[in-house]
Every structure is written in structure tokens, then in C-alpha cells.
Design a protein around this ligand. Structure first.
Ligand code: ATP
Ligand code: MG
Length: 272
């Protein structure tokens, strides 16, 4: 037998409102927060916030779309999630390739369209379109992609919401060149570049602010890497530092990280 208490119990424990689920999805993309490791981060955040405000307040542009593009692991998804989470829009939805895994082309387009249809029903909405190239099934081998899904996405990105409604689309991609070749860069209101870390000082700041390294370890890392060429995404840096931290002795950690970065060709070898 089912009692009212069972319904109450399910409502308070099992059924999450749509926004609650979206908030969980955003949290999941922000595992390590956002660290301001240097001016490229500050600039990207500022540009995103400007566009977000434009979407929220400008009567002339009820539809605003931003493409966050940058190298793999540079932090595109987390930045988009951070903006979406803090914008204060009542409707937020993350559309990621994993949501449509195993769908055929029409089913994919249908799913994506449903997300956009739901979004424009609310007066103020954000959609995060994560990893556009994977949503359209791009494969670098043979340069294949799904034109059906691409056309669907493009139509939806350009479709203005009904009067009185506003929509902000935040898309991410690691393949700006591809999007250029597909002639879809112009469909976005603005393109925001997300950069890799390129200097030892920036890596030190990130390591310190995320409490991955203590002061002494930061100092040693800096001493051994200052002036050497560095090119690494924040996600990769976090993963490598976390791996180095598994070393048996604390004093080995900075050297381990340096070794890992050199092996990855993310850090120039000394005296090169
Ligand atoms: P991929 O190319 O694989 O899609 P990505 O560029 O989307 O990777 P994210 O998945 O966003 O990278 O990973 C970035 C990670 O770094 C997240 O865990 C995030 O919390 C953390 N992070 C810390 N500081 C920053 C920052 N300034 N910008 C972005 N991410 C940051
Ligand atoms: Mg990503």
C-alpha cells in the first residue's frame, strides 16, 4: 500500500526540481572551481560577463551567443559552467555530447531542439552547448561530421526567442579552425578565447591557490622552471600536479611535476 507519507518522502528526497538537476550538472563541471591564474582568465571572465549582462538587460538583443574556444583542457567547459551558475537566470541547461550518446542523427536533433524549445518558454534562459565538435560527431580521421546535426544546431542558435523572452547560449569548442571551415563562426555574437598557461608564474599561482603545492614546493617549482617555455591547459596541470602529489616523499613532488610536464612536452627542457 502507498501512503501520503511515501509521496512526501519521494518529493523531499528523490524528486529534484529541474533547476536542482541543472545546478548539480553545473557543480559537476566545476570540480576545481575557477582560479584566476593570470590576465587571460580575468579577460575571458570579463567578456563572458559582459555578454551575459547584454543577454539579461538589452532589449535590442534578446538572443546572445558566445563561443568559448581554446586548446583542449584549457578550461572552456568550467568557465561556461561558472558563468551559467552565477548569472542568476531561472532556466539553465547544459547540453553535452554525453547526453546524446548512442542517439542517431534525427534523435540527436530532436533532443537538442527540445532543449531549445524548453529554454525559450522561460523568460530568461541559458543553454551551455558543450563541445560543439563532439555534438556534431566530428572525427578528425577523414574529417567527418554530421551535417544534419550541425544544421539543426545552427538554426537553433540563430532562432530568436519570442517577444519578452531572452536566451544566452554559451558554446565551447577546441576546434576553432573547424568551425571556421564550416562557416559557423559568424553565427555567434562573440568569440572568447580561453588560453593555456604559458608562464611558470601562472602555474605557481594556480598550484598555490588550489592548495596543490605548499609555499616551499611552489618556490622550488618556480626556481627550476622560471624562464622556460610552458604551454599547458589548467585541467592538464591539475591532473599532473595531482599525480605528482602521489610521490612517496613530499620533497620529490615539484621535481616529479616538472618531469611529467617535460615528458608531455608542455615544458621546455632546461638549456634548450
Ligand atoms: P576539454 O578540452 O577536455 O573539453 P576543457 O577545456 O573544457 O577540457 P574543463 O573540463 O573546463 O576543461 O576543465 C578545467 C578544470 O580546471 C576544471 O576542473 C576547473 O574547475 C578547473 N579550473 C581551475 N581554474 C580554472 C580556470 N581559471 N578556468 C577554467 N577552469 C579552471
Ligand atoms: Mg570541455
Amino acid at each position: 500500500q502507498v501512503y501520503k507519507s511515501d509521496f512526501d518522502n519521494a518529493l523531499s528526497n528523490d524528486c529534484k526540481p529541474a533547476f536542482g538537476r541543472a545546478a548539480d550538472a553545473l557543480e559537476g563541471l566545476l570540480t576545481n572551481g575557477i582560479v584566476n591564474w593570470g590576465s587571460p582568465v580575468a579577460r575571458a571572465l570579463e567578456d563572458c560577463q559582459m555578454l551575459m549582462r547584454q543577454a539579461k538587460f538589452s532589449d535590442r538583443t534578446p538572443l546572445v551567443s558566445a563561443l568559448l574556444e581554446g586548446p583542449p583542457s584549457s578550461g572552456k567547459t568550467a568557465l561556461a559552467a561558472h558563468i551559467a551558475k552565477n548569472a542568476g537566470f531561472p532556466f539553465v541547461k547544459v547540453l553535452a555530447p554525453s547526453d546524446v550518446v548512442g542517439y542517431n542523427e534525427p534523435a540527436k536533433v530532436h533532443h537538442i531542439k527540445r532543449v531549445f524549445d524548453d529554454a525559450i518558454r522561460s523568460p530568461l534562459s541559458i543553454i551551455v552547448l558543450d563541445d560543439i565538435e563532439r555534438l556534431i560527431d566530428y572525427s578528425p580521421l577523414g574529417q567527418r561530421y554530421s551535417n544534419t546535426v550541425l544544421q539543426g544546431v545552427m538554426v537553433l542558435i540563430k532562432r530568436p526567442p519570442p517577444p519578452g523572452h531572452r536566451l544566452f547560449v554559451l558554446a565551447t569548442s577546441s576546434r576553432r579552425e573547424l568551425l571556421h571551415e564550416l562557416d559557423i563562426l559568424n553565427s555567434f555574437t562573440a568569440i572568447i578565447h580561453v588560453s593555456n598557461l604559458s608562464r611558470s608564474e601562472q602555474a605557481v599561482k594556480a598550484l598555490k591557490e588550489m592548495n596543490l603545492f605548499d609555499d616551499k614546493q611552489c618556490q622550488e617549482f618556480h626556481q627550476k622552471t622560471a624562464g622556460r617555455k610552458l604551454w599547458i591547459g589548467i585541467k592538464k596541470l591539475i591532473a599532473s600536479a595531482e599525480m605528482a602529489r602521489q610521490a612517496e616523499n613530499d620533497y620529490e613532488i615539484p621535481t616529479k611535476l616538472i618531469g611529467l610536464l617535460e615528458d608531455d612536452q608542455a615544458l621546455q627542457l632546461p638549456n634548450c
